[in-house]
Design a protein around this ligand. Structure first.
Ligand SMILES: [Zn+2]
Ligand SMILES: [Zn+2]
Length: 504
């Protein structure tokens, strides 16, 4: 009797455990009905809002710098997992601080992005398709993190959604989860009105690893039978609740007003151009240019590094992009200067495209030289926590040094690396709009200045960053012959001065 009772209790417990899967499905069905998604095959929405330039803040404790989206239209076909996104971004009244090399925007920029299943592409200024094979997965995740795409994805055959409930802001909510594309956990929070009020996921980043991505959907209203929210997206955390604030980047995208919504639009799926269908990811190449005896420009991609040979070690200036780029550059350094370890890696500034390869150099045994203002943030970046989505060497084989704290040399105004013969001088660039704590490297023997984002030899008109560089070269009284950029080709100082001295 006792045994049988025990058995029935365990059965009841078992059923309670397996019940949520069923509940998740009914929660999703109720939401699909309430939000007008049941008969939706495609949707097109048009509005205006803003975009935050992720990884491009003026200082690590500040938010991503914003630009206005003066027009924005997205067309999604859920059956084919395709999306066309078209927008115009402009500087507007946003403070012109931080941002990539083209920031602030002097003229509005039009951007068009596409995904269709496993193919992704964009259009260049001439309207020609440019393949973006590595973007396809992220663009599918963008579809699945819209309120409609979340419901479609969670209800798709084989999605096996799970569910938990919690109280949020005093209201009972349900969080339904599924795993997309084999590895992305996607959580949708559904409120008592059966509206999807938040969709969370994590995406891989070479800087922070599993990057938190959150869409907050509020202010729902019915348009043409569909519930349409205000779109508000975060990427990464603002830890402003802590003092000091180490990481302030947070706001990535918003649509404040939606002026038009269309359902089941004809030709919602863009045809994949042939050039996109046959494209392969470009292999990482390092093209070396000798700038002097034991001085090399490691080019061949969108971002360069500079390698400097010392008597018993090598200094590399800049570790851009990601681990793949760093491994290729380190391989080239080892080929050019065998048996000399890379003892220092100099980082010009904290923007993510200039920071993404730094973990690889630390793993290789190098000490990071950067501005002292970056140290708290870099201590977070150079942490040996698990990176589950795209593990790098640093996360898989964690070096002990990070916890010991001896992987940094920090610079305030000036720092000199020397072995008595070869010298590299590092200087802080004062009064710069692009980034706080920006370093330039001066190499006296070849009269070279290495700079990032302060001068593009292809530029037609001078900008505030060019002028800041010129003021600093004068302030420091450096005897310069050549400016070597982390972007583009080296240029003689005379060419730079010609640009800066243009009056119009
Ligand atoms: Zn930058
Ligand atoms: Zn740059």
């Amino acid at each position: 009797m006792t045994t049988r009772l025990w058995l029935s209790v365990s059965l009841a417990a078992l059923m309670a455990v397996s019940a949520p899967a069923q509940d998740a499905r009914s929660v999703l069905q109720a939401a699909a009905k309430a939000m007008g998604v049941e008969n939706m095959r495609s949707i097109q929405y048009t509005g205006t809002g803003w975009q935050g330039m992720v990884g491009q803040n003026f200082a690590p404790d500040q938010d991503w710098p914003r630009v206005d989206l003066t027009s924005y239209t997205r067309t999604i076909d859920f059956d084919t997992m395709s999306s066309r996104e078209e927008y115009v971004r402009a500087q507007g009244d946003n403070p012109p601080r931080g941002g990539g090399a083209g920031f602030p925007f002097l003229t509005p920029q039009k951007v068009v992005t596409f995904v269709s299943g496993n193919f992704a592409w964009t259009l260049n200024a001439q309207g020609q398709a440019v393949p973006q094979p590595t973007a396809a997965e992220m663009r599918q995740i963008e579809i699945l993190t819209t309120p409609y795409g979340f419901l479609k994805g969670a209800m798709a055959p084989g999605a096996n959604p799970t569910m938990v409930a919690r109280r949020e802001y005093g209201e009972r909510v349900t969080i339904v989860s599924f795993v997309a594309l084999g590895k992305y956990r996607i959580n949708g929070t559904i409120n008592v009105k059966s509206m999807v009020q938040r969709v969370q996921t994590w995406v891989p980043s070479p800087v922070v690893g599993d990057l938190y991505l959150e869409n907050v959907y509020t202010n729902y209203r019915a348009v043409n039978g569909v519930q349409v929210p205000r779109f508000h997206q975060h990427q990464d955390f603002d830890d402003g609740g802590h003092q000091p604030n180490v990481s302030g980047g947070d706001h990535a995208f918003g649509l404040e007003t939606i002026s038009e919504v269309r359902l089941n639009v004809p030709n919602a799926t863009a045809a994949v151009p042939d050039v996109v269908r046959t494209a392969k990811p470009e292999p990482v190449r390092v093209q070396t240019q000798k700038l002097g005896e034991g001085l090399y420009l490691l080019a061949g991609g969108s971002h360069n590094s500079v390698a400097v040979e010392f008597s018993d070690h090598v200094v590399v200036i800049e570790a851009p992009l990601n681990e793949e780029r760093s491994l290729a550059a380190i391989g080239e350094v080892n080929r050019l200067m065998p048996n000399k370890p890379i003892r220092f890696v100099v980082n010009t500034h904290h923007h993510w495209d200039h920071l993404g390869g730094i973990r690889t150099y630390v793993h290789e045994g190098a000490t990071v030289v950067t501005h002292e203002g970056n140290r708290p943030y870099y201590q977070e970046v150079l942490r040996a926590r698990p990176w589950l989505l795209e593990p790098d060497r640093y996360s898989l084989y964690p070096p002990e040094e990070w916890s010991e704290g001896y992987i940094f040399e920090t610079v305030r105004e000036k720092y000199v690396l020397t072995d008595g013969v070869r010298t590299v001088e590092l200087y802080n660039v004062q009064g710069l709009p692009h980034a706080g704590g920006m370093l330039i490297a001066y190499i006296p023997r070849e009269k070279v200045v290495v700079q990032a984002d302060l001068y593009n030899p292809a530029a037609a008109a001078p900008n505030a960053n060019n002028r800041a560089l010129q003021r600093n070269l004068e302030r420091l009284k450096l005897d310069v012959a050549t400016l070597v950029g982390i972007h583009g080709n080296p240029a003689p100082l005379s060419q730079f001065l010609q640009l800066v001295n243009k009056t119009n």
